[in-house]
Design a protein around this ligand. Structure first.
Ligand code: ZN
Length: 498
């Protein structure tokens, strides 16, 4: 076929696929936010069927041929070449799986989500354990079809963060462990910060009132963005210019919904700001999970937990909760939301202990796929590791092994990118501060100036370049974990007068 015939087919194929991914995204958003649970068994089967139809389009033998030809075509422009390479890898990793097994796997994920939620609500790991076991077996089998020489868990890590593997993550996490564990200890021995005012009663309708104002400050525009509530906050990119985020309100924790919102808006803004010329193509996505998380954690921690950010937003918070914040200043508030204390819940962990929550999951996942850890009694293994790494006694499985949704849809290899993203963000932040007056922008209500920097240096590229290339373009340096650890050391040394 000629190049133009191939490209025409390529475009039509992308369009068709995007219709299915859009439908599935909206169904999933609906399922995990507002859909009545009694509809789950019926809904889950239909969603799996649709995923199967999408699968068939993706692995269409004619398209495999077209992609192969395009891949060898030296005359393609750079954008198309990169898109073809990414699609080709996706198709090759999928085409080897028998469709029936793929559909079964998708159905299993849907059922496992339901079981996870039930297990979490009832605080019974035993409800979820058989599903977890089945998911691991299924993943093992499905990855087996790829016939890769790489260890299984390396393949999973590479799917979320191309170029990463256990060796590199081991180095990354050992640097974190080596320098942060002693620092956490020092912080624990220092004079503690009082954050009790964050845990008074904060009526949810009032929290929502503040949220409206915060979303405006963040330039989360309702013409392309929408926020809902869920058990486990996440962001879904439904289609171009339609991004759904979620948050979770907690009655006696005012900062939880706020910080999770800033985080999710970070994900949403990244997707929204990708260059329009990539619309409808694979390039119009965040390049890797680590890069995505770098954008959400940059906004949450490196902007959203700073004093200038709260100099702009605290007056409104005080206006909404005059009683609760009667004797509290913006400085007190910022100190309190930065308090470091080993705890059970990853998403609510402070910046300093956060990477250790991730490290625990990384080691468990490694063990599950290398055969040294089993799903049986994993809730107890979990507790032991929390005691060892963070010194806390996890009281139950709800705040232990059942807290995260990720394993219910087989997202193994995803967790480590959370810590990696935090580390990417440290390096981006150094450069952003060199290029512009970040504090002044935050303080004066011009958050959009920070967003503009991120768009120009990171967001606009989408998947056009790899995460490594974007790091080089944006900062002029390769990734280095020390920027992250230096930042944490500096921040917590000052905060706790160490
Ligand atoms: Zn995130």
């Amino acid at each position: 076929m000629t190049q133009s015939e191939n490209l025409k087919k390529f475009e039509a194929w992308i369009f068709k696929q995007s219709a299915y991914t859009m439908a599935l995204a909206i169904l999933n958003f609906d399922k995990t936010t507002i859909a009545p649970v009694a509809g789950n068994p019926y809904r889950d089967k239909r969603m799996a069927y649709l995923a199967g139809e999408h699968f068939s389009i993706m692995v269409d033998p004619e398209m495999v041929k077209v992609l192969k030809e395009l891949k060898e075509d030296e005359t393609l422009d750079g954008d198309t070449k990169r898109a073809v390479e990414l699609y080709y890898k996706g198709v090759m990793d999928t085409v080897c799986i028998p469709k029936e097994e793929y559909v079964q796997m998708r159905e299993l994920f849907n059922r496992a989500y339901d079981a996870w939620l039930e297990a979490k609500n009832k605080d019974e790991y035993s409800i979820f354990e058989p599903y977890l076991k089945e998911i691991i077996e299924t993943k093992r089998k499905v990855y087996g079809y790829r016939n890769s020489d790489l260890p299984l868990y390396d393949q999973m890590l590479d799917d979320y963060e191309p170029g990463m593997n256990q060796e590199k993550f081991d180095t990354f996490f050992s640097a974190i462990k080596e320098r942060l564990v002693p620092l956490i200890q020092k912080v624990q021995e220092a004079k503690q910060i009082d954050d009790s005012f964050l845990h008074q009663t904060y009526p949810i309708d009032k929290q929502k009132e503040f949220m409206d104002s915060l979303l405006k400050y963040l330039h989360f525009d309702e013409t392309w963005g929408y926020q809902n509530e869920t058990e486990h906050p996440f962001t879904t990119w439904v289609c171009e210019n339609d991004c759904r985020t979620t948050t979770k309100y907690i009655l006696n924790n005012v900062s939880s919904a706020i910080l999770s919102t800033v985080h999710e808006v970070g994900h949403a803004t990244y997707e929204h700001d990708i260059d329009d010329k990539y619309d409808g193509m694979i390039l119009s996505e965040g390049v890797s999970s680590g890069m995505h998380e770098s954008q959400s954690r940059l906004m949450e921690n490196y902007l959203g937990r700073t004093l200038p950010f709260w100099e702009a937003n605290f007056p409104k918070l005080q206006e909404v909760f005059p009683e609760q914040f009667k004797d509290v200043t913006a400085e007190d508030f910022v100190k309190a939301i930065n308090l470091s204390e080993p705890s059970f819940i990853r998403t609510e962990a402070d910046e300093l202990t956060y990477p250790l929550h991730v490290l625990i999951r990384y080691e468990i996942e490694k063990g599950l796929f290398n055969g040294t850890i089993s799903t049986e009694g994993l809730n107890e293994t979990w507790k032991k590791m929390y005691k060892e790494y963070l010194g806390v006694d996890v009281p139950n499985d709800r705040v232990g092994i059942l807290q995260d949704v990720h394993w219910s849809d087989g997202s193994f290899g995803y967790f480590p990118t959370y810590a990696l993203g935090s580390a990417f963000a440290a390096q981006f932040m150094i450069k952003m501060r060199e290029d512009m007056d970040v504090d002044e922008a935050l303080r004066s209500g011009h958050y959009e100036k920070c967003v503009a920097w991120l768009k120009e240096n990171i967001h606009k590229y989408g998947c056009r370049y790899s995460a490594d290339e974007i790091m080089m373009k944006a900062t002029g340096k390769p990734f280095d974990v020390n920027a992250y650890i230096d930042y944490l050391e500096d921040k917590y040394t000052k905060l706790y007068n160490l």
